[in-house]
Design a protein around this ligand. Structure first.
Ligand code: T5A
Length: 209
C-alpha cells in the first residue's frame, strides 16, 4: 500500500512549473519531509534515451510513435522509481505526468482522450497523484520566458500551444479535487505562496486521515 505522497506539476512549456517544483522541494525539506524530485520524460537511464528521441530528434516522428514513447517512459518510471519511493513513504514531486499526455497528445495532437486515459491507466498501474498543480500561463508570457533554443515539442507552434492549454483547463474542470489551477502569470513569489498553501492543505488532510 502507498505510504508517501505523489504530487505532480503540470502546465504548458514555460509555465514555470519546474521553478515551483524546486522551491516546493526546498520548502518541504526545511519542514523535515523526505522528498524526491523526478520528471517525465527522462528520469531514468531508459527514459533519457526516450527523451532524447522525443525532444531532440530531427526525424519526422509519427503521432502514434510519440504517444507510445511517452507512455513507455511513464510505465518504466512508475514501476522502477515512483512506486518504490511512495512505498518508502517519500513525497514524490514529479515534473509532468499523465495529464501531459492527455493535454499534449490528446488535445494538442487530436488523439482520442478516452483511449489515452486507458493507456495511461495501464502505464501507471494504479498509482494516481494525490495532488496536481496546474500552472496556467498566457502564450505571450510563456514565449517571453522561453527565449532560448526550442526543442521538438516546443516547435509545434502557437495553435498547438493554445490547444494544449485549453486541454489542461478542461482536465482541471473534470477533476477539480485533484487538479488545482494556479494563475502562473503572476510573479514567482505569488505563485510559490499559492502552491505552498495547496501543498500544506494536502499534507494536513492526509495526516488527518
Ligand atoms: N510532453 C511530456 C508530452 O507531449 N507528453 C507527455 O506525456 C510528457 C510527459 C517536455 C516536453 O514533452 C512534452 C511536454 C514538453 O513539451 P521539458 O524539457 O521537460 O519538455 O520541458 P518543460 O516541462 O515544458 O519545461 P520548461 O523548462 O520548458 O518549462 P517550465 O518548467 O514550465 O518553466 P521553468 O520553471 O523552467 O521556467 C522557465 C523560465 O521562466 C522563468 C524561470 O526563471 C525560467 O527562466 N519563470 C518565470 N518568470 C516570470 N514569472 C514567473 N512566475 C516565472 N516562473 C518561471
Amino acid at each position: 500500500m502507498q505510504k508517501g505522497l505523489f504530487i505532480t506539476f503540470e502546465g504548458t512549456d514555460g509555465s514555470g512549473k519546474t521553478t515551483q517544483l524546486n522551491l516546493i522541494k526546498e520548502y518541504l525539506e526545511n519542514k523535515g519531509f523526505d522528498c524526491v524530485v523526478t520528471r517525465e520524460p527522462g528520469a531514468l537511464d531508459f527514459g533519457k534515451k526516450i527523451r532524447d528521441i522525443l525532444l531532440n530528434s530531427d526525424e519526422n516522428i509519427s503521432d502514434n510513435a510519440e504517444m507510445f514513447l511517452f507512455l513507455a517512459d511513464r510505465a518504466q518510471h512508475i514501476d522502477k522509481f515512483i512506486k518504490p519511493a511512495l512505498n518508502d513513504g517519500k513525497i514524490v514531486l514529479c515534473d509532468r505526468h499523465v495529464d501531459s499526455t492527455l493535454a499534449y497528445q490528446g488535445y494538442g495532437r487530436n488523439r482520442d482522450v478516452e483511449m489515452l486515459r486507458k493507456l495511461n491507466n495501464i502505464a501507471v498501474s494504479g498509482v494516481i497523484p494525490d495532488l496536481t498543480l496546474l500552472f496556467d500561463v498566457s502564450e505571450e508570457n510563456a514565449a517571453k520566458r522561453l527565449d532560448r533554443v526550442k526543442d521538438r515539442m516546443e516547435l509545434s507552434g502557437k495553435e498547438f500551444y493554445n490547444a494544449v492549454r485549453r486541454g489542461y483547463l478542461l482536465l482541471q474542470k473534470e477533476e477539480p479535487q485533484r487538479i488545482k489551477l494556479i494563475d502562473a502569470n503572476n510573479s514567482i513569489n505569488i505563485v510559490y505562496n499559492i502552491s505552498k498553501e495547496l501543498i500544506d492543505e494536502l499534507i494536513s488532510r492526509k495526516s488527518g486521515e
